[in-house]
Design a protein around this ligand. Structure first.
Ligand code: MG
Length: 455
């Protein structure tokens, strides 16, 4: 069964596991959750997007919600539009980095952050009640009077980012920028944004009507075409997004995909370096993100706070601590001056401001940063396995080390770390390790896998 209902929203194969009924019942549940409030709707470019959106909008309107449809928009644009419109919530129609035949719904609250675990559980329980009664709406839907289109959301997002970066410095440099938007929701806004920054643009995968020719995640193995384009056209930098344009990764001027862990690290380095009072500043990220962030923060006397995995946990901690920057190692940069969600547009603005301010080539900046190897692995569990038991035996295995139990088990060694947690959605133990030496790192992964299998 491919329908995934979790605290980070719902995802499934459109028309198969993600049926019209599931979409309708979730829209109905969100109408109830927001007490028939004002709801902003945005979607990525998936072929099923219009169909799913029409069901969501007609259900919300039938329930008496006021709907603002901002059209195709990056996930962070919709999050910002919820705040700009003083809405009660938002629904984003996207399956993020899942393959094109998938789609899903993500739920945003008033402050532009996704529902947290407690709130998501409440929404899911309303959905389950609705599902039990399984009634199809009979009401006459008055979409015309209750649904407004707002074509200004992309421009407002661009203006917000522009007001927070050094536009003049970027324009003066006349950067040559290659982009790969995965034919996704970033295709239009990214080109418009870069044009307004006076950049020369070389764009690939910006046809929103086509299925993307590469894997959806902006990870190095999916970016060989972008790397070639950067080299061929002598670009200063390449930027890659995922289909809903919350994640950003970077290709250097030498045509090398530097890895998505460096997106947040570079943004953090710039934000902390330009602020004289950086010592009082906080960077927030999750437990599975690279240690480069500690290295960078300590260089400026700043502090890193680690949260459980899940964007909402990072967003809420940034809000709570007044952190100056945060995000995730998967290319998710959260710049609270712009918004509390991962935002590739804010990321591009920050990285270009950094390049303009430093006057250095990106490859040179990156060569001065720490180099770690990160390995991500998993072990599938049998139905009878108890993930909690497994985690506590692993804890015993590393009893003499420094252990953090905020989210599974994180073990910090002097030269790296191991993070072992059970998946929220599948019977899987995820193992992530990072270290200065790739062999040592691989051995640590194998040690944990052996321990899990022996139980
Ligand atoms: Mg995404």
């Amino acid at each position: 069964m491919t329908l995934k209902i979790s605290i980070s929203g719902i995802r499934g194969i459109a028309g198969q596991s993600l049926t019209d009924e599931v979409v309708r019942n979730f829209a109905n549940a969100f109408a109830e959750y927001t007490d028939k409030g004002k709801i902003v709707i945005g979607s990525d470019t998936r072929l099923s997007g219009e169909h799913v959106k029409s069901i969501v909008i007609s259900e919300l309107c039938a329930r008496g919600c006021q709907v603002i449809d901002i059209g195709i928009a990056p996930t962070p644009t919709t999050q910002i539009a919820v705040r700009n419109n003083k809405a009660d919530g938002g629904i984003i129609i996207t399956a993020s980095h899942n393959p094109p035949e998938w789609n899903g719904l993500k739920f945003v609250r008033q402050d532009g952050i996704f529902l947290n675990e407690t709130q998501a559980k409440e929404l899911i329980s309303i959905y389950e009640d609705i599902q039990k009664t399984a009634k199809t709406p009979k009401e006459e839907t008055l979409i015309g009077s209750l649904c407004k289109k707002d074509p200004t959301a992309l421009d407002k997002h661009i203006e917000l980012v522009k007001s927070s970066i050094d536009v003049t410095a970027i324009r003066n440099k006349g950067f040559k920028v290659a982009i790969d938007c995965c034919n996704g929701a970033g295709s239009v806004i990214t080109q418009k944004f870069l044009k307004e920054l006076g950049c020369e643009i070389i764009a690939i995968n910006t046809d929103t009507k086509k299925i993307p020719p590469r894997g959806s995640e902006p990870i190095p193995q999916n970016l060989s075409h972008l790397c070639e384009v950067v080299k061929k056209f002598n670009a200063d930098i390449g930027f890659a997004q995922d289909p809903d344009a919350d994640r950003l990764s970077i290709v250097s001027d030498e045509g090398v995909a530097i890895g998505e862990e460096y997106s947040l690290a570079l943004a953090a380095m710039f934000i902390l370096s330009r602020d004289r009072s950086a010592g009082k500043k906080v960077l927030v990220t999750n437990l599975s993100t690279s240690r480069i962030n500690e290295d960078i923060a300590s260089g400026f006397g700043a502090k890193v706070i680690r949260t459980k995995v899940g964007e909402v946990n990072v967003s809420e901690k940034i809000k709570e601590t007044g952190a100056v920057i945060g995000g995730e190692g998967n290319g998710g940069i959260i710049w609270p001056v712009v918004g509390l969600g991962r935002d590739s547009i804010a990321g591009i603005g920050l990285i270009l401001t950094m390049l303009a301010a430093s006057g250095k080539k990106l490859s040179l900046i990156v060569s001065g940063m720490p180099k770690y190897s990160m390995i991500k692995d998993k072990v599938e569990l049998s139905v009878s396995s108890d993930p909690n038991k497994i985690l506590s035996s692993i804890e015993k295995l590393y009893a003499s080390e420094k252990i953090n139990k905020t989210d599974g088990i994180k073990i910090d060694f002097s030269d790296g770390w191991l993070h072992i947690r059970s998946s929220n959605t599948e019977p899987i133990i995820r193992i992530i390790a990072e270290g200065l030496d790739i062999k040592v790192t691989q051995n640590r992964i194998e040690e944990v896998k052996r321990a899990v299998r022996s139980l």
